[in-house]
Design a protein around this ligand. Structure first.
Ligand code: PA5
Length: 464
């Protein structure tokens, strides 16, 4: 494992009475054993097939890479259509591993097509996409686990229609490939009928735990991401997260500390990477943490209404907007910093006489400055007795990103096990999906429509 996890500042020894006592960790042995067993004994089973996603063999990786290259070689643009767990994994990995201005690079410097991950149905965004891509040379990966999600299906219908008009039906079929559950859902049926290439998603891999399945691997292969190293990193983290002793298991320890802090009133979990390439990693974390742990009932059906509200923050940018609140506001947060030890580039701050602002910056690098600012924020928070911990990455590359993604999945699974909830369902999201089907007139949802129409609004409470 290349990542390091420093949880000193979660502990009473660093932040006084706001921290967790070592004796609380020691005394909770039964809870650790139960959470550990729940996750590890179900590894690869039921909704925990995600634990096995990094185990695919060399031949499957070779096939994915060959397919990816065949698309990369002919595409001017590559568009991913998906939402939630079918988009956030690809988004955060591309943000971390591609050039930060990938699409703006001159063609000869760009080793892969321009990339667009369309995870919203704002009509202006669809129109804007069509303004910048040439559909004739654009390839589309439609990703939906259920094959039924209105947002993704509507995007698919619009773009397939445009493609057919632009290049004819036969060629259009070659420009679309889908990632979905084989044998289930509307998209799979269409793919069969139209002859689109289909990549499967294992039945027991849910959306927000699917980044290392074909949901992520297919688009990564197209963009030339080093899948093999990413899966190697994920496997290394899997091994670390299977360590039975909480003291050496990063996901079990931080899950326990988060849950313990949450139960002590720290209901907000801030994810604060100090690297632009990790900005959307905070979005990935926010989804997996919110959708997995925000639950009405526990496994026994008892009302618990649990969950810790995730918030995203970017170092150093948000030092100048949010950190004031984190340092002096309510004691209701846990801040997770992600630090990077060695950045892909080094930028000097030159000694420039015409811009002489004293000597405190010159001769240093932006690398030193961003690291100093991360450590200073950690210091300020700790001094103010605020719970925080740091995930340290030696550098951002495919291997360490694989580790980080796997860690987030295990940490979430362990936290759900400590809370004794169903980590892998999302009844709240499903309710919204059904209401959308009803409002848009899908057959079979007539009763839901009646329920929706029975909701009356009081005009007195509407300000016009
Ligand atoms: O984590 C989840 O299950 C959700 O966020 C889904 O990924 C999201 O709702 C999209 O679903 P689907 O992949 O079925 O289109």
């Amino acid at each position: 494992m290349k990542l390091k996890f420093d949880y000193n500042n979660m502990m009473e020894s660093s932040i006084g009475s706001h921290g967790v006592k070592q004796s609380e960790i020691d005394k909770a042995n039964k809870a650790h054993d139960a959470a550990y067993k729940e996750v590890i004994e179900n590894s690869g089973k039921g909704w925990q097939e995600w634990t096995d996603t990094p185990l695919i063999g060399k031949s499957e990786i070779d096939e994915l890479n060959a397919f990816g290259k065949s698309i990369r070689d002919k595409a001017s643009s590559f568009v991913v259509l998906g939402i939630g767990g079918s988009a956030l994994g690809p988004i955060c990995v591309f943000n971390a591993l591609l050039h930060l201005h990938h699409n703006e690079l001159p063609k000869e410097m760009r080793k892969a097509p321009k990339l667009y991950v369309e995870d919203n149905i704002d009509p202006e965004r669809m129109a804007a996409l069509l303004d910048v891509i040439d559909v004739k040379t654009t390839y589309f990966n439609v990703i939906t686990k259920s094959g039924e999600t209105s947002e993704t299906l509507s995007q698919f219908i619009i773009l397939y229609n445009i493609l057919k008009k632009a290049i004819g039906e036969k060629a259009a079929k070659e420009h679309i490939f889908v990632t979905t559950t084989v044998g289930k859902g509307a998209l799979y049926a269409v793919a069969q009928k139209e002859g689109f290439k289909v990549f499967g998603i294992p039945a027991g891999v849910g959306g927000r735990f699917s980044v290392l399945s074909n949901v992520g691997l297919v688009p990564f292969a197209v963009m030339g991401v080093d899948i093999e190293s990413m899966l190697y990193g994920a496997r290394a983290m899997r091994t670390a997260c299977e360590r039975p002793d909480i003291k050496s298991n990063p996901a079990l320890m931080t899950a326990f500390l988060q849950v313990k802090s949450m139960q002590a009133g720290k209901n907000i979990s801030v994810m604060m990477p100090y690297a632009d390439g990790l900005k959307t990693m905070a979005d990935f974390y926010c989804q997996i943490w919110a959708e997995s742990l925000g639950k009405a009932v526990n496994k026994a059906g008892k009302t618990v209404n649990c969950g810790q509200t995730p918030a995203k923050s970017l170092g150093v940018t948000d030092q100048h907007s949010q950190v004031q609140l984190y340092t002096e506001g309510p004691y209701d947060k846990v801040v997770t910093f992600i630090g990077v030890e060695s950045f892909g580039d080094s930028v000097d701050i030159p000694a420039d006489e015409t811009a002489d602002i004293g000597d405190f910056l010159k001769g240093h690098t932006l690398n030193e400055l961003i690291t100093a600012e991360r450590k200073s924020t950690e210091f300020a928070l700790t001094k103010a007795e605020r719970s925080n911990f740091t995930i340290l990455m030696p550098e951002v590359n495919a291997e360490t990103i694989g580790e980080l993604l796997m860690y987030f999945m295990y940490e979430t699974a362990f936290a759900g096990a400590y809370l004794d909830i169903d980590t892998f369902n999302q009844p709240g999201v499903e309710e919204g999906k059904k209401a959308t089907f009803a409002m848009i007139g899908r057959a079979g949802y007539e009763q839901k429509l009646q329920e929706l129409e029975s909701v009356k609004k009081n005009d007195a409470y509407i300000i016009k």
